[in-house]
Design a protein around this ligand. Structure first.
Ligand code: SAH
Length: 396
């Protein structure tokens, strides 16, 4: 008999609104025996009406995640093939080039806990939940059938796996995957370090936002803080910046960044420096350095709700220093990828920083992640990336 999770009568109707998670606190009764981690279970409402099928993990705070809203759908290779085909079709409709993009974005592609990024002929995957880990054989067959990659590399070095009772590890899943893959973006070429780079090697989510700087950088002196492998810096030079300074704490990311600048014939315009951005910004601000455009794309400062206070201070500090270094009439390009920093709070924090710096901001552009990172309407955590371009005026 299939295990059934009966949800409480008094609960927010999150599942019905598209949120694919069931927390232990929302469950009234579990019938048919306690599920083993990864078992497929049925989720029913307090009256026993079918809501969804999902995989369970009683060891995780997220007790179950939805795999299908159809009672007659089995969770098998044919199901996975349909999901992957739908994910690919969505991207083929919306992106100019699906050779280099995120093919599967977990919950938002109805494949909770699975991320797949495509780097030409090879894929990099992240498996973030116990249920997906158990579905690996099914996923492998479906991936081979739909995407036909030369190889798949696993970047399961993600701390959320521990919350699911899984180990962190990296390595080849199957086939062959080179350490460095070459991708194209807006006519530029970039190397991505698939084995050791941040996340899966490249941040496709900022693709459109990198193009958005084009009108602001011609002849500009640009600072790119948290530059990683130079995505924004190389775009800035390509769009006509006079001089770009890229700062990152990771020497290995900067090695790739320098090669990326060279590959695009822009090395003479970009100076990459290895430094803690907090120190760099403090020193540069103290020395009275000024730029036409300051870009800030830090890692997620708030990894949990509890860490939010500290994160707000971090965002305020870098934006305060950053905005002070923008020449009058120049631009602050600023981003946050913390789930818990909601868009209003992010804008309020930047405004707070500007107020302290005696600057007036004019919001020129506000956006989120590129379309290969879709959002389910009822999922607040889905709006993780905030990206803004402000024109900066002095108030004194
Ligand atoms: N803008 C990049 C992505 C940035 S990811 C792009 O478009 O590809 C965040 C980067 O911040 C990572 O490369 C990481 O190495 C770097 N980082 C993290 N903490 C840092 C710190 N204190 N100072 C400088 N860089 C830091």
């Amino acid at each position: 008999m299939t295990t059934q999770l009966k949800l409480k009568r008094q609960r927010k109707k999150r599942l019905e609104q598209g949120h694919p998670w069931v927390y232990a606190s929302e469950i009234d009764t579990v019938s048919g025996g306690e599920p083993a981690p990864g078992d497929v279970v049925e989720i029913v409402n307090h009256q026993g009406a079918f809501l969804a099928k999902g995989y369970a993990n009683p060891k995780s705070q997220i007790y179950a995640r939805v795999l299908t809203y159809r009672a007659d759908e089995s969770i098998d290779t044919a199901w996975a093939v349909r999901r992957l085909q739908a994910a690919l079709a969505y991207r083929e409709r919306l992106l100019p080039d699906t050779r280099f993009c995120r093919l599967v974005y977990g919950e938002a592609d109805f494949l909770p806990g699975l991320i797949i990024d495509r780097y030409g002929d090879v894929l990099v995957a992240q498996i973030l939940s116990y249920g997906m880990e158990r579905l690996k054989p099914v996923l492998r067959s479906a991936i081979e059938e739909v995407f036909r990659p030369l190889g798949v590399y696993l970047r399961n070095d993600v701390s959320v796996r521990r919350l699911e009772g899984l180990e962190e590890h990296t390595g080849l899943w199957w086939g062959e995957v080179p350490r460095l893959a070459q991708i194209e973006e807006h006519g530029l070429t970039f190397l991505a370090d698939l084995y050791e780079g941040q996340k899966t090697g490249y941040f496709y989510d900022q693709r459109d936002n990198r193009a958005a700087i084009a009108p602001f950088v011609p002849n500009a002196e640009v600072l790119d803080c948290f530059c990683h492998t130079g995505g924004f810096a190389v775009h800035a030079a390509h769009y006509g910046a006079k001089r770009v300074t890229g700062v990152d704490i990771s020497g290995s990311a900067l090695e790739v960044a320098r090669r990326n600048a060279e590959m695009n014939g822009l090395a003479d315009k970009i100076d990459f420096q290895e430094a803690n951005a907090f120190d760099f910004l403090r020193d540069a601000d103290r020395d009275g350095r000024l730029f036409d455009v300051v870009m800030l794309d830090p890692p997620a400062f708030a990894k949990s709700k509890r860490a939010l206070e500290g994160a707000i201070r971090g965002y305020k500090e870098i934006n305060l220093r950053g905005v002070r270094m923008v020449k009058d009439g120049g631009y602050l390009v600023t981003a946050s990828c913390s789930f818990h920093m909601l868009p209003d709070l992010f804008q309020a924090t930047v405004l707070d920083a500007a107020t302290d710096a005696h600057k007036i901001l004019r919001l020129v552009h506000f956006s989120g992640a590129a379309k290969d990172h879709p959002e389910i309407a009822g999922v607040e955590e889905g709006h993780y990336l905030k990206y803004a371009i402000y024109e900066v005026q002095s108030r004194k």
